[in-house]
Write a protein that binds this ligand. Structure first.
Ligand code: SF4
Length: 383
């Protein structure tokens, strides 16, 4: 497999350490591993440097630091990692540079250090403002931490985003509405609202399975989602993707890369990359990752070249999630005649069911279709 990139413009950097492990989380993230931070940092810098033999690059458009909890990256090490990036890539104040932050893990000195390193966007994991719910999910943060962070962060950053999780057990409709109305008073430009996913083998999964926790019914969650879409729009936050809302000009440029299927290079534990043909992923095992990188051996342990069917499925799934929709001529040009006939038949059916709008060569989900996004996408998949 060739992991080469030409004219690379987008980077993802993974920091897997967290101060705790939330019960709903299935990310590549680990608590109580602080003793490995320094070695991990060294490996990350080595992986960046070593990868350049396979990469030609243009000035970067986005860098995204995700996790884990990248706000726990010790600042002197983080500045050093940015030094490594600067030796290998070109980026400037036009580059969107995001760091994910958990309330309770940042202070003014840290915010100042990030700002001076060139970070210009914070993605803050609020999830909920109900302290006891977060505590029950082992997320050690409080609403007070959120307010303190927003106050401090707005001194240094204009481009602030917050994440909420919709459908957490124990949050009533009224409590959710109160939280969203509250968020509309904050100095933020972007908000993500993710549906709670119950991932297998997480503590949340077992609590739900053994009925220690009850999830709200799907219908109620969809109603609340629709209420949220309307409320955010009234406050100038337009939905530009199923879970993402922004004031004009503050849409996440990095996430758009994934939805547009553009190439990006990921560094770090379990980090995924896509070079336009091949998707590949680094080892998720910390010991394995550190050992391989220290010997300049590729830490990639999964890669696949997508078939044309997989590519078409991705185009449908990702295109429909976005408010810009999916370009039909572009999509059908490589389909066989039989596949085209089936696709247009499904478009007719979905239009009549008021699940999609099909006009000017673009297919977009209707409000009803957004709530049933998966079902709509599956109908359009090639056989
Ligand atoms: S802080 Fe984020 S990455 Fe870490 S355990 Fe919680 S949800 Fe997972």
């Amino acid at each position: 497999m060739s992991y080469q990139f030409r004219d690379l413009e987008y980077l993802y950097i993974h920091w897997p350490f967290c101060p705790y492990k939330c019960h709903f989380c299935d990310f590549v993230a680990m608590a109580s591993h602080e003793q490995f931070m320094k070695d991990y940092h060294t490996a990350l810098c080595r992986e960046i440097t070593y990868s350049m033999k396979d990469i030609t690059t243009k000035p970067l458009k986005t860098i995204y630091m995700g996790g884990g909890t990248p706000s726990t990256y010790p600042p002197e090490l983080l500045l050093d990692m940015f030094g490594t990036l600067k030796k290998n890539y070109i980026f400037n104040e036009q580059t969107e540079v995001t760091i994910e932050v958990n309330p309770g893990t940042a202070n003014k000195a840290l915010l100042k250090a990030w700002h001076s390193a060139g970070i210009n966007r914070l993605s803050i994991g609020v999830q909920s403002l109900k302290d006891q719910i977060l505590k029950s999910l082992n997320r050690h943060q409080t609403a007070k931490d959120v307010y303190a962070l927003l106050t401090d962060a707005s001194e240094y950053f204009e481009n602030l985003s917050v994440d909420f999780i919709l459908g957490l057990p124990g949050v009533s409709d009224d409590e959710w509405k109160l939280m969203i109305r509250e968020a509309m008073k904050w100095p933020i430009k972007h908000i993500s609202v993710y549906f709670l996913m119950v991932h297998e083998n997480t503590p949340l999964y077992f609590k739900v399975k053994t009925k220690k926790l009850n999830l709200p019914p799907d219908d109620a969650t969809v109603d609340l989602y629709n209420w949220t879409v309307d409320t955010l729009a009234q406050h100038g936050f337009e939905r530009y993707e199923l879970s993402n809302f922004a004031q004009k000009g503050f849409e996440s440029r990095h996430n758009q890369v994934y939805w547009d299927r553009k190439p990006y290079r990921g560094y770090g534990l379990g980090a995924c990359s896509f070079n336009g043909n091949i998707r590949f992923q680094n080892s998720k095992n910390l010991g394995n990752y550190l050992e391989k990188v220290s010997q300049d051996i590729s830490p990639v342990d999964m890669s696949e070249e997508l078939t044309s069917k997989q590519i078409n499925i991705e185009k449908i799934m990702l295109g429909l999630r976005c408010q810009n929709g999916m370009n039909v001529t572009h999509y059908v040009q490589e389909l066989q005649d039989k596949e085209k006939i089936k696709f247009f038949k499904e478009l007719d059916y979905l239009s009549q069911a008021n699940l999609i709008d099909y006009a000017d060569d673009i297919v977009r989900l209707t409000p009803k279709g957004f709530a049933l996004e998966n079902e709509v996408a599956v109908r359009l998949f090639p056989d």
